[in-house]
Design a protein around this ligand. Sequence first.
Ligand code: DGL
Length: 441
Amino acid sequence: MNTLRRLPLLTFVSCLFAVSAFAADEVVQRAADHARSHPAGEAPASFVAADYHGDLRDLPIGVFDSGVGGLTVFEAIKTFDGFNNATGQPGADGVPDFVHERFVYLGDQANMPYGNYPAVQKTDFLRELILKDAAFLLGRRYWRAPGDAAPALDKPAVKAIVIACNTATAFGLEDIRAAAQAWGVPVITVGVVEAGARGYAESRGESAGSIAVFATVATCASQAYPTAITRVLGEKSPAVWQRGSVTLAAAIEGEPSVKQTIPEIVDYEIRGLLDERLKAGSASAALDSVMLGCTHYPLVEQEIVDALAKWRDYTTADGTKPYAALVTDGKIHVVDPAKWTAQDLWRSLAQAGLLRPATGTAPAGGDQFYISVANPQWPGVKLDADGGLDRAYKYGRTAGDLSREDTVVVPLTPARLPTSSAKLVRERLPATWASLTAAAR
Ligand code: DGL
């Protein structure tokens, strides 16, 4: 099931290829028309508009990612304590802010990695996948088990959509907002990129240094972070350096086809970034901040900081330090967009009057988790030896078929997590693990 296993072993790639201009709004229009033509929510990528009438405060909050990496964002939301729950004033009060909320998480694991579609000219297809994720969260439809005769239609609609995936935010945030408007659905949509940029602006203090964004190749190519940072900081915006990686997220998940270790990959990545800056002869200030622009990277924060220090101090045989001027010798300021996403989410819900009232009881139903898996019954689908989508088939698909169901969404249980991901979640994301295991009972 771990589709990462089917990634080619590519080396790190700089953000060199250009993203093709988004095709007008054909992709959004098609998704909007498709959902409207299935008002009973019985078809893939459709929902029941009537679920959005009346008081929405009791609805859960939706969170989605291309896979299970977004559980790092889920963890940050579950544990976020930035406000006083009684007064709504900023400041921690020792009680997680979303304690009265429940969540629906979706990981589109069968179609991941999202970060590699634009490089093979499948940007519109990626945009459609992202709109389908949003429609799934709005809707009721899922499969209890792959191969069932009919889908189940009892998943709750959501009052907010958190795009936990950086690539999906870069390529789909505006699309989801446009589609929601076309559908007339008052759903709140929050993305990690905008939140990360705002978080950087709020937390950088007196920094005058450059910032490095580490992300997928697609996120870098989209220029989403440089654009968002410039939007927030205007003239005060620093130089934004970017480095896209094809394999780091896979390595963090324990993907066996990635032969390098995480420190080796990070090391290679950091040196590559610094070499690019040297080659560019950039006059920009030394790097003093890092944006963890991929869901998986908070898990390797220390490795990134260590590698930056290592290469800053690297001395050649003739005694020179080629990278010394590129990296601050002070502390590196690391921005994890997840925490800021939680803050954005809370503020947006509060502003819209959509926070669930504190009833003193745990929200009924608890959290729900879903994951996509390949659907062997779909006509023409091609699977690989592990039962996932065949790589050529996966990247050969094109946008335009909202009813295509070569992957189906099923409940995510600990047993359905790839072994290495299960270990990661259990050891590093305790609030998520507790919620996931409770949901599976
Ligand atoms: N979740 C993606 C992100 O944050 C990384 C994995 C992928 O490429 O799908 O960009």
